[in-house]
Design a protein around this ligand. Sequence first.
Ligand code: FES
Length: 119
Amino acid sequence: MSWTKVLAVEALSPGTREVVKVGNRKILVLNHENQLYAVDNNCPHLKLPLKSGKITESGAIVCTFHRSAFDLRTGEVQGWCSWPPGVGKVLSLVSQPKTLPVFPIRVEEGSIWVDVQEE
Ligand code: FES
């Protein structure tokens, strides 16, 4: 375990999100319906930032860039980007669906802590 204090609890009201740096990772910490989540801010598809992604009713974050979607609790792929016809077969060889890294998160003494392992 490698717990790091990242934010004050009051800095993350429901519906808000912040990107924090822990070691060499950028972690997206978000408060969705009063539940806290910590996920890698780099989308597993092309490593573009997930920060502005919408959250679905089922609790998945959808990447703004190519619409891949990941369960906030587990990081499981809920949808992977679809490429235009004709390039799909080629790009699918280098773009297999990958799980989004998610991290344990807790609140203690008025602060939010995340457990992030180095890459
Ligand atoms: S970078 Fe997120 S789906 Fe492509």
